[in-house]
Design a protein around this ligand. Structure first.
Ligand code: NAI
Length: 734
């Protein structure tokens, strides 16, 4: 055995060269030009090594194969031509691997993503372990890129264009079993025997005893021991034939690609070029051959790497990766305490959702308390419903769901709360009630039990006033629906102990959330910047704007739903309530137009009453309700407001308020403000968040436009002091 590189170990065992990829000092293996060079050197050696008749590529990392290309490296690339050249190098390296004279087996355990999967695709045979950590996919479009080392050509060739597009365009990651079914891998084994089986298959490939015969789209491919009749059964799979027929004739192919493009544009609204380019690269490969396909793949890759959209998406990726490593306090050495049991007070919409993420993801026992048996029954049924949904979607088995559900218990008294290290409160939004349940808990729990409130608007400082040990009080603001929304906003008051913050952050991460930590203040960060944004939409409506126009303007800007739809979803009464609290705290600039109270007065509360700005039929939103307009001065005589102006006014309100939050110290960094707005409120990711957006527009221009509206519409557009300061100093936020 000899070690020739810092990143690989080359050893020959039983006539097979085993190349173990294990980058020194790194937690995972990633690909960069230096790695490619080392690998090629070893392959040249393997080619000449007469003691090796085949090659196995395996990872030395505990739970990852190859995580993809080294992204920080990509960020240093300056021009499209430079990135295209990198792509061509990658393509050529994998072409050489594909054409290698001896059989090559990829032995995959852990993440096999992006360039890692492209690497494996260039091998002759792929074996994956059935471990939950093993996942395969091409997530490049999530970063605004496309697979640039042959992936847009090799994957469709292996599993068919339709299945390949599904993976490439959605960044879906496959577990081993599904990868086998689709034909991405040839065999699935338990982790302890991966290496032995890989060695055996390598020898069988070399001797000719194993000949993987791949019929595109007819997965699983031939496994050793599979009989001819197994293959025939595969060929009678109608779906597979339909797919083959569809993409193999020009008319069917056109239909397939037209459909895919239409669906794509519906989702991206033309804001994300990467999936469109990936689709085009696959199409050209199918129509004009692999050479032409690789040519455009490299060209598109180059253009995308240096595009603004990709830069923004990569920044988000880095920000969230950095956040995963942080403990949420300035002193990085503060350790979170272990949380072995969680209590939840109030098992309503939010409480039940919190109990679900605690049991399903944090995998911790959770005890719910509600007012009465009805409340307890509703809470348990809600959590069970979320598990049932997952079983239906086949992301859990019945047995797994039952096991997780067994972690959830509920009661109407305080029994079972004594040992909880963390209690999260989600009772009604009422300070006196929150004080009462806090005292009730403190009477039975330990002095160091953390009391977290899921309040959406009450300052945590106020809640902590009732506590005998306020250092244990903190805000954990989840978003609805808790099982789907990715953000958790943690709020500290001045007396919150660091270990309490670190523990809450750790819990949030275990529950699968992206966590930002903000300082206390009315509306914290997310509700605070949402309020003036929604208000502006209400003003536009009051001025004569059309409901559909206003929503469309912000969806076109890149938000997932428009602000008027959002008002219906949140509840017009809830928005009005929060609005009043905001106005009390921040004055007239946060005042809502008078029409809002009129709407609430007539029971127009949004989706929950099936009467809002939109009409509802059997629970489904249909079209704007014209009777809304009766309450505005223009009646049904609507004005066509310029959509760009609609979007600009709403977005400037959000951006200006975010800058105020940073200036006042509610936010600790522009980064947290960007991530909070993207993950909590759906701010368009391709714009990078309010601060990245402001930087890109130029702060001078943001100030100029804000002042323009201030002149036209009054004090609610008063520029944030920090914006004025930054413009004066010629600074940017990032
Ligand atoms: P909800 O009305 O669905 O649930 C409240 C639950 O608390 C009910 O099941 C009620 O029976 C229970 N409850 C009331 N008094 C109790 C007591 N003394 N002991 C135990 N249980 C008691 O309300 P939802 O929407 O779940 O909101 C709960 C909290 O979460 C509120 O503070 C709200 O502001 C906040 N929040 C709500 C969001 C939303 O979108 N609904 C988003 C973020 C925070």
């Amino acid at each position: 055995m000899s070690t020739d590189s810092k990143h690989f170990v080359y050893a020959v065992e039983q006539g097979v060269a085993v190349i173990t990829f294990d980058i020194e000092g790194e937690p995972v293996n990633t690909i960069s030009p230096a790695i490619s060079n080392d690998f090629e050197g070893l392959m040249t050696r393997a080619a000449a090594d007469t003691s090796a008749e085949a090659i196995v590529i395996i990872s030395g990392k505990k739970d990852s194969f190859i995580a993809g290309a080294k992204i920080d490296f990509l960020q240093t690339v300056k021009t499209a031509a430079e990135a295209t050249a990198l792509s061509r190098l990658g393509q050529a390296a994998f072409d050489r691997l594909d054409a290698f004279g001896k059989p090559v087996v990829a032995a995959i355990h852990g993440a096999c993503l992006g360039g890692g999967l492209e690497w494996a695709l260039a091998c002759d045979y792929r074996i994956a372990t059935d471990a939950p950590k093993t996942s395969l996919g091409l997530p490049e479009v999530q970063l605004g890129l496309l697979p640039g080392a042959g992936g847009t050509q090799r994957l469709p060739a292996l599993i068919g264009a339709q299945a390949a597009l599904d993976l490439i365009l959605t960044s879906k990651q496959l577990k081993a079993k599904k990868a086998l079914k689709l034909g991405v891998v040839d065999e699935v084994v338990p982790p302890p025997i991966l290496r032995d089986i890989a060695l055996r298959r390598a020898r069988e490939l070399a001797s000719g005893a194993l000949k993987p015969e791949r019929k595109r789209g007819l997965a699983p491919a031939l496994k050793p021991g599979r009989s001819f009749s197994d293959i025939l059964r595969g060929l009678t799979n109608r779906e597979a034939w339909a797919e083959l027929a569809l993409e193999d004739n020009p008319v069917g192919r056109k239909l397939l690609f037209d459909q895919a493009k239409k669906q794509l544009l519906k989702k991206t609204r033309g804001k994300y070029p990467a999936p469109e380019k990936a689709l085009e690269a696959v199409r050209i490969g199918l129509e004009k051959g692999t050479k032409a396909g690789l040519e455009v793949e490299a060209q598109f890759f180059g253009e995308l790497v240096v595009s603004d959209v990709s830069r923004r998406l990569v920044e988000i990726f880095f920000a969230t990766t950095a956040m995963k490593k942080e403990n949420g306090v300035a002193d990085g050495s503060v350790e979170p305490r272990e949380v072995k049991k969680v209590g939840v007070l109030g098992g309503g919409l939010m409480g039940a959702g919190i109990a679900y993420v605690t049991s399903a993801l944090q995998k911790t026992p959770v005890r719910i308390k509600d007012r009465d048996d009805d409340g307890v029954g509703r809470a348990l049924a809600h959590v069970r419903g979320l598990y049932d949904e997952r079983v239906k979607r086949r992301s859990l088995t019945w047995r797994e769901a039952d096991k997780a559900m067994a972690l959830v218990t509920a009661t109407t008294d305080t029994s079972g709360f004594k040992r909880a290290e963390l209690v999260i409160e989600a009772v009604f939004e009422d300070l006196a009630l929150k004080h009462r349940v806090l005292k009730e808990m403190e009477a039975v729990s330990r002095p160091d039990t953390i009391f977290a409130s899921n309040t959406s608007s009450i300052p945590i400082t106020e809640i902590a006033k009732a506590s005998a040990h306020p250092e244990t009080v903190i805000g954990m603001h989840y978003f609805s629906p808790v099982n789907k929304m990715p953000l958790l906003e943690i709020i500290t008051h001045p007396g919150t102990a660091d270990w309490v913050t670190a523990t809450a952050v750790e819990v949030g991460k275990k529950q699968g959330k992206t966590v930002i930590v903000v300082n206390d203040g009315v509306g914290f960060y997310t509700s605070r910047i949402l309020a003036p944004y929604m208000n502006e939409a209400a003003f536009l409506l009051a001025e004569g704007g059309d409901i559909a126009d206003i929503d469309r303007a912000l969806v076109d800007f890149g938000f997932p739903v428009g602000p008027i739809t959002l008002l219906d979803e949140v509840g017009i009464d809830v928005a009005a309530h929060v609005g009043r609290i905001m106005q009390e705290a921040f004055g007239a600039r946060m005042a809502a137009p008078a029409t809002t109270d009129v709407f609430v007065g007539e029971g127009r509360l949004g989706r929950k009453t099936q009467k809002g700005f939109y009409l509802y039929e059997n629970g489904k939103k249909t079209e704007p309700d014209p009777s809304v307009y009766a309450h505005t001065p223009q009646g049904n005589n609507r004005k066509r407001l310029d959509r760009a102006e609609i979007a600009e006014r709403c977005v400037l309100q959000m951006v200006n308020e975010a800058i105020r939050c940073l200036g006042e110290g509610v936010l600790r960094s522009p980064r947290d403000g960007d991530i909070g707005a993207i993950f909590g409120l759906g701010f368009p990711p391709f714009l990078g968040g309010p601060f990245r957006y402001a930087d890109a527009q130029g702060l001078g221009r943001i100030l100029e436009r804000t002042e323009h509206y201030q002149e036209k519409l009054g004090e609610r557009f008063t520029p944030a002091p920090l914006l004025l300061e930054a413009v004066k100093a010629g600074r940017k936020f990032h």
